[in-house]
Design a protein around this ligand. Structure first.
Ligand code: ARG
Length: 587
């Protein structure tokens, strides 16, 4: 089903052709949602951008467009305001027909894209041997959401976790393993990642304080790269333990199970080729024994071009080289058209640099889009980087567990107040869903490019733009079905949907805008727009619910309102599922 916005855009562009003969290019978008409901539902400012081209006053252009518009099957007569804005209001009868159409559709009328692409979303990409910390929270949450949305609209999505599983930090870990736990090379049993994070800290301590140890660490890197058997075994032990530990976190968070771990080590065999290829292309230069590409538009303090080192003077490779190999592999082997990297904004220059080299090497062509979907920091309530009291990065597992515990407390208080008795199973399930969704939603509802303050209290609140508020709107609808013994799936499709009350019409319009919002998120990769949409939907539903009796209403209003309630709930459920959040029937 074409969205209302698309239908209007099509009508306006046809009206332009019939009014002025040729296809006019304009700097203004043809139609946008109205800035104020007072003016209608949608508006076109296109007339204001054409007077120079047409040598006619904007108001007259608007009049000509309106004369040629054929929208009376779905719009009230368009009006012209101010210097030449055209305002559109959708007819309630048309809204009703559209609702009837989507009622039988699981996708709620949202058609898949016409030209699906193959897209990699690179997330959550933690680093082995360090527990996932709050910094990876955003990559996991945003990446999972973007992957779900792109997949829903019909793209072929690969979820690739570019795990940091190679390189210098491993030298340190391997050296420490050999030094402190030589028995680990014969058994993996008593090691678990909890211990390993202590292990990591201890290794780091040794590394920081002892030059001989640093030398041993460097040697281990060389041995690892040379494929030394024992060193490789030590490496594997660390990798497997940590991967088991983050799988538990992925499960707890409800991330899509389709994440493929393809760590940095995967690209090792291709690194020498990257260097030779760049050399052949004439992009490589030597500087202090290192092989580098001198970057365009990146300069040091003296104004000289900055080098991107692809091979260090000791022959080793680094993060950038691996990412270049990943770019080439993703284009040539995975055959992607798009790669999205939801990674923190502190890596902006890294990505700008590797994309530049990828383009200059001819791997990234104009048929490819490589996007760093960067995000800001998670801050503590005091506005500084989120840390534990002792100043360490907060572990993701602890943060999620705490959200669940607090959700449980809230629930238990509410049950007491309402004198409700619920099973332990119910309490577990609700606290889990509410706790995890609150954390995810708090993250997704912020524009990802900015930092945000992490507040359990705010994210768990039943009021405001929070997951519990949306979940509650959904639960309210399910409550209607329980109370009235209504099977929503059996509401017949030939139901005449009646939209009379203002709150009904507003809600109906909003339901029909999901597709427009998803299209926007697909384009600009900002999930907060979907959150805002769902928040407003819940608000509009609550207003409708307060104003319009449903079970008590007479037919045909009763059935019509039930359909509206059901469509609201299904829209919330679908929208939340795209955010990676599941609903509950009661809470
Ligand atoms: N492992 C990196 C980190 O934790 C993130 C990797 C992001 N993906 C990439 N292709 N560079 O900082």
């Amino acid at each position: 089903m074409q969205s209302l916005l698309e239908q209007l855009k099509k009508s306006v562009s046809e009206a332009l052709v019939s009014a002025f003969g040729t296809e006019l290019t304009s700097s203004a978008p043809l139609v946008v949602p109205a800035s104020n409901p007072k003016f209608g539902d949608y508006q076109s400012n296109v007339a204001l951008s054409l007077p120079k081209k047409l040598k006619i006053a904007p108001r007259s252009i608007a009049e000509k467009i309106v004369e040629n518009l054929k929208v009376d099957n779905f719009c009230e007569t368009p009006t012209i305001a101010g210097p030449g804005f055209i305002n559109f209001t959708i007819k309630p009868t048309y809204l009703a027909t559209q609702l009837t159409t989507i009622q039988t559709d699981n996708r709620l009328g949202i058609e898949p894209v016409r030209s699906p692409q193959r897209i990699i979303v690179d997330y959550p990409s933690p680093n082995v041997a360090k527990e996932m910390h709050v910094g990876h929270l955003r990559s996991a949450i945003i990446g999972d959401c973007l992957a779900r949305i792109l997949e829903f609209v019909g793209h072929d999505v690969l979820r690739i976790s570019h795990i940091g599983d190679w390189g210098t930090p491993f030298g340190m870990l391997i050296a420490y393993l050999k030094e402190a736990y030589p028995e680990a090379l014969t058994t993996t049993e008593e090691l678990n990642l909890g211990e390993l994070s202590t292990f990591y800290r201890q290794a780091k301590k040794r590394f920081d304080e002892d030059e001989n140890f640093r030398e041993a660490a460097r040697l281990s890197v060389v041995q690892l790269q040379a494929g030394d058997r024992e060193t490789l075994l030590a490496w594997k032990i660390v990798c497997e333990l940590s991967s088991r530990s983050y799988q538990k976190i992925y499960d707890l968070m409800g991330l899509s199970p389709e994440i493929e771990a393809r760590g940095e080590s995967f690209y090792n065999p291709f690194l020498p080729e990257i260097v030779t290829e760049l050399e052949k292309l004439g992009l490589l230069e030597e500087s202090d024994g290192a092989k580098c590409v001198f970057l365009e538009d990146f300069t040091n303090r003296e104004g000289e071009p900055l080098p991107l080192i692809v091979q260090k003077s000791d022959g080793g490779y680094n993060y950038a080289t691996t990412d270049l190999a990943a770019i080439r592999y993703r284009v040539n082997v995975d055959k992607v058209q798009q790669v999205i990297y939801p990674v923190g904004s502190e890596q902006r220059s890294h990505f700008a640099q590797i994309f530049q080299v990828g383009k200059r090497a001819g791997w990234i062509t104009e048929n490819h889009q490589f996007i760093h979907a960067y995000f800001g920091l998670v801050l503590g309530e005091d506005g500084t980087k989120l840390k534990t009291r002792s100043g360490e990065a907060i572990k993701l597992k602890e943060l999620l567990d705490k959200a669940i515990t607090l959700a449980r407390k809230d629930l238990e208080t509410r049950l007491q107040q309402e004198e409700r008795e619920e099973t332990e199973e119910f309490i577990d399930r609700v606290s889990q869903v509410v706790g995890i969704s609150a954390v995810k939603y708090a993250d997704l509802s912020q524009n990802r490019t900015s930092d945000y303050k992490f507040s359990y209290q705010k994210m768990l609140a039943l009021q405001g733009n929070t997951a519990p508020y949306l979940l509650y709107a959904y639960v309210r609808v399910q409550g209607i079905s329980r109370k009235g013994n209504i099977d929503f799936t059996k509401l017949t499709t030939d139901t005449q949907i009646l939209l009379q009350e203002a709150t009904e019409i507003t809600l109906a319009k909003h339901i029909l805008q999901l597709g427009e919002v998803i299209t926007e998120v697909e384009k600009d990769l900002l999930p907060n727009r979907l959150c805002q949409y769902l928040f407003e939907l819940s608000q509009k539903f609550n207003q409708f619910y307060d104003r319009c009796p449903i079970l008590q209403a007479d037919e045909p209003s009763r059935t019509s309102r039930l359909v509206l309630a059901d469509l609201t709930a299904r829209t919330i459920k679908l929208g939340l599922s795209l955010l990676g959040i599941s609903v509950i029937e009661r809470m």
